[in-house]
Design a protein around this ligand. Structure first.
Ligand code: ADP
Ligand code: SF4
Length: 675
């Protein structure tokens, strides 16, 4: 596929995506991007790359191309991408009023004076014509640096409402009355000029892409694809070498599987290709080859764009090329990757435990070292941690016995995937089961409860516990450090009871002191079962931690629409028959509410009793030939599914890791240089 002056080897396009690494972890970033090219992605792009100190995203981990000293960070990634035959793209960004410039301390810039959300520099300056000329110069200089770093493609970025060119386009930010304000031609002028400048500066050898969000999913309050979104595409149709189109804001662009299905942007972006002869790339969490073929054949796009599917499986294109469809590790749409970025740390992935560990631990998503011995490994528990440990050990050639107490594998993933909106999470289990089924040396036994005696009798030299965790029933959690009075009553339940359908009497009070997704999905399930539900939380919002996965607004909206009564900043003080006593977190003021059933969603207790029983008896272990035992996943510390998978993978890699690995700091670190 031709993109201006460059040619992509196939139609798989890794669009710009955040990583939480940015310029802060340059080698981690370079190695990770290189692996994507190795996996067959024709185009591999950076994340947001800030062009000047007036757009300073720190402490967020975006990239910086402020001066020539930044070039090596990009060159390192470009070299690795080129080594594997990919094209390297750099997304040049000025964030305008979205950036508070917390380290550069320079005035944020905007088309018109506007507040931003950061208290340290809470207002952006209205740019005058000199500022606009300067901005164009910075952008041109950054494009030239990008070219010197080895970019084959550079972006002009007007997607999401966190980009200055988008701020100029949107009347709610642009109240100017000069040639950059007022009618659409004026508001789009900056985007046009940036594309023209970039083409003039580097367009002879470097393709110039426009990333443009055609719709803000706000109805008439924002940009709509049927109106100005479409007009902008008409006006600029042939100007960029490539159109990368999506929807805004980020929570709509990177929607989770709980709230959107594969291809969820097609309604808004499909029109673009009809208006331009230039190649078009779209995204929409495409993981199934059938959907990808449909997108190309139906003439919606020329490239399959991917961020998350390329994170979950950097080798997705290669697997499709080789016809290994069932080997694709499909993204489950959980946005744990984004939660890493939003916590200012390198991202992680539920499906792909090697993500983020390419450089610092030398992990490759497809290659594991060959086993170091002929020892058998007994893995206890077939949840995400145990399944990944068994798969990765099997991949290494180890003989593995996987023992699971339940009649179904999958542990919490099997239970949770049955909850409203979480069906795609079953892929964590299913991909691993498919892989394991092909390995004759990995055996799985269901309905096999392993106690101390069974383990000793089994006689494997290595035993790893992946026995999970159990939700507490005493109410202890973030807000309550002691048992909630009345928690032992018979009408008090835990999440497992809701999942097993054991609650049949409402009204139900759900007490959420866990703050993840669980209480919200349980509320949905109970409403679907015809129950009246009140959700009580000491936090300021429902499912507070889902802010990090971009879901919180969607969760709260859904629960309100379902008629769930929401009580925020209220603690559960005591439980009585038919009633609960609530307490305001500020004043302590008490009130009684009616509740026939109460569900406590607070914290989990690791299932490590059998492990502890063994650890207490080294004599018995020695007699049975048991040389190592370990805990992984939720039985080590209750955590995300991503962390459990990571533990399983890490265990499998480290079982016979060489002595030279520092057990205290088991990875390479990126050190700041002293200048
Ligand atoms: P994780 O997220 O750490 O993988 P899960 O709770 O999803 O944890 O899975 C733990 C699995 O271990 C469950 O399927 C559970 O039935 C199983 N399990 C727990 N204790 C035992 C045991 N003693 N013997 C066999 N299986 C067990
Ligand atoms: Fe997909 Fe979840 Fe992995 Fe992100 S963390 S790439 S959403 S599976």
């Amino acid at each position: 596929m031709k993109i201006g002056p460059v040619t992509a080897r196939n139609r798989f396009f890794q669009v710009p995506h955040c990583t939480g690494m940015g310029s802060n972890w340059p080698m981690s970033h370079a190695e990770m991007r290189g692996q994507k090219a190795e996996g067959g992605w024709a185009v591999v792009c950076t994340e947001e790359t800030m062009i000047h100190p007036t757009t300073d995203a720190l402490p967020g981990a975006s990239m910086r191309l402020w001066d020539d000293d930044d070039i090596p960070v990009f060159a390192a990634a470009a070299d690795r991408v080129h080594e594997h035959g990919g094209l390297f793209g750099i997304e040049l960004v000025h964030g305008g009023l979205s950036r508070a410039n917390r380290t550069s301390r320079m005035a944020p810039l905007a088309p018109s004076a506007s507040p931003n959300k950061y208290p340290m520099r809470p207002q952006a300056r209205a740019m005058d014509l000199h500022d606009i000329a300067e901005l164009r110069r910075w952008h041109r200089d950054a494009a030239l640096r990008a070219k010197r770093a080895g970019a084959d493609l550079v972006y002009v970025y007007a997607a999401h409402n966190i980009a200055l060119p988008m701020h100029f386009l949107l009347p709610r930010y642009n109240r100017r009355n000069d040639t950059y304000g007022g009618r659409l031609e004026n508001r789009v002028r900056l985007i046009r000029e940036l594309i023209e400048d970039t083409k003039e500066a580097v367009g002879d050898t470097v393709a110039v892409a426009l990333r443009f969000a055609v719709d803000e999913r706000m109805g008439e309050a924002g940009l709509e694809w049927q109106k100005e979104g479409r007009e902008v595409v008409e006006m600029l149709a042939e100007l960029p070498d490539l159109w990368d189109v999506n929807v805004s804001g980020w929570e709509h662009d990177s929607k989770t599987s709980r709230f959107a299905q594969e291809g969820y942007q097609e309604d808004a972006v499909s029109f673009v290709k009809k208006l331009t002869s230039k190649p078009v790339v779209i995204v929409g969490r495409y993981t199934s080859p059938d959907a990808m073929v449909r997108v190309i054949r139906s003439g919606i796009a020329d490239f399959i764009g991917a961020a998350r599917p390329s994170i979950a499986d950097p080798f997705l294109p290669r697997k499709i090329e080789e016809g290994r469809i069932e080997d694709i590790r499909e993204c489950i749409g959980c946005n744990i990757c984004i939660s890493g970025n939003n916590s200012f740390v390198p991202m992680r992935c539920t499906q792909n435990p090697t993500m983020g560990e390419e450089w610092r631990r030398g992990w490759h998503p497809e290659n594991l070292p060959v086993k170091g011995s002929d020892d058998r490994v007994l893995v206890i528990g077939a949840g995400p941690a145990g399944l990944e440990a068994a798969r990765a050990l099997g991949e290494r050639g180890y003989a593995v016995t996987l023992a699971e107490r339940a009649s179904q594998p999958g542990g919490r993933v099997t239970r949770e995937a049955a909850l409203p909106g979480l069906a795609a999470w079953a892929r964590v289990r299913d991909w691993r089961l498919t892989q394991i089924a092909r390995m004759a040396h990995v055996e799985m036994y269901l309905e096999s409860n392993m106690g101390k005696d069974e383990i000793l009798r089994f006689g494997a030299p290595h035993v790893v516990f992946a026995t999970g965790a159990t939700w507490r029933r005493d109410g202890v959690g973030h807000a309550n450090h002691k048992t909630i009075p009345g928690a032992g009553r018979s009408h008090v339940f835990g999440p497992e009871d809701v999942m097993a359908g054991r609650i049949d009497k409402g009204p139900v009070l759900i007490f959420d002191d866990d703050h993840g997704y669980m209480a919200g999905v349980l509320a949905e399930k109970l409403v679907a079962n015809g129950m009246e539900v009140m959700l009580v939380t000491p936090a300021a919002m429902v499912s507070e931690f889902t802010v990090l996965t971009l879901e919180q607004g969607f969760v709260q909206k859904r629960l309100l629409e379902l008629g769930v009564t929401i009580r925020q900043q209220v603690n559960l003080a005591a439980i009585e028959a038919g009633h609960a006593e609530l307490a305001c977190v500020y004043t302590g003021r008490r009130e009684m509410v009616a509740a026939t059933s109460i569900v406590l969603v607070t914290a989990r207790v690791p299932n490590e009793q059998v492990y502890q029983a063994l650890v207490r008896r080294p004599d018995l272990m020695e007699a049975a030939g048991l040389r190592s035992i370990a805990l992984i996943g939720d039985c080590l510390s209750p955590q995300t599914i991503a962390a459990a998978v990571y533990d399983g993978h890490s265990y499998a890699r480290d079982l016979d890791a060489p002595e030279s690995v520092n057990p205290d700091v088991p990875y390479r670190r990126e050190h700041m240089a002293l200048s």
